[in-house]
Design a protein around this ligand. Structure first.
Ligand SMILES: [Zn+2]
Length: 215
């Protein structure tokens, strides 16, 4: 993944960026290191109308049909001061639990778009398995296109253009990222989630973190 501050590459084993000192541990200290359930669309800013959501869902359905191994999630929120859209995207991709038992693998194939509609800011965070398919120029172009829509107040259109452009990039190289089926190695790993501790504190909404930072 890319460092959310300076865009240098950070390997899964690294906890801090060797180029700028960004620390995932510090970010976790601020946002928590619990898993959060990540939906395809999280509108914490409440800026999408119902018809926007419905139209965007159709775009996301198309995306998942053509690229079943990849997960695209959009988070919309007016972020607290001191937290950038890129940092939140990095955290969500690391701590977000998509609806699958194979969470870690799936996150490698995840794309998280974070939009702060108040700042008209957006970031795209790409999982380890797919980031190689996106050049910095491609990501910049996608963010510019999204920015044009955000300037117009068309938040859902911004999600749609990024989702469609990601799909275009990935379809061109889809043959290179076919997933192998997971092999069950032990009887204790049958792909079934235990219900013990099912309601973890980690499911509290992110908005709670914002209010905690207000003076
Ligand atoms: Zn960095």
């Amino acid at each position: 993944m890319k460092c959310p501050r300076c865009l240098a590459s950070i390997s899964p084993a690294q906890n801090a960026c060797s180029a700028c000192g960004f620390s995932a541990t510090l970010l976790n200290g601020y946002l928590g290191n619990q898993w959060v359930k990540l939906e395809r669309i999280t509108d914490a800013a409440h800026c999408l109308r119902l018809e926007d959501v419905r139209r965007t869902e159709i775009i996301l359905d198309d995306f998942e049909r053509s690229l079943p191994q990849v997960f695209f999630a959009a988070y919309l929120g007016v972020l607290p001061k001191g937290l950038s859209v890129a940092e939140l995207g990095f955290w969500l991709l690391n701590q977000g639990a998509f609806v699958t038992h194979s969470v870690s693998r799936r996150n490698d194939f995840g794309i998280v778009l974070v939009v702060d509609p108040a700042e008209q800011a957006a970031s795209i965070t790409l999982g380890y398995a797919i980031e190689k398919y996106f050049s910095p120029q491609t990501v910049t172009r996608m963010l510019q296109t999204a920015g044009i829509q955000l300037n117009r107040g068309a938040t859902s259109r911004a999600i749609e253009v990024v989702c469609n452009q990601c799909a275009d990039v990935l379809r061109k190289c889809a043959h290179g990222m076919k997933r192998q089926p997971d092999i069950l190695t032990t009887g204790s790993d049958l792909g079934l989630q235990s219900l013990r501790g099912g309601h973890r504190a980690g499911s509290r909404p992110l908005a709670g973190f914002s209010s905690a930072t207000k003076p």
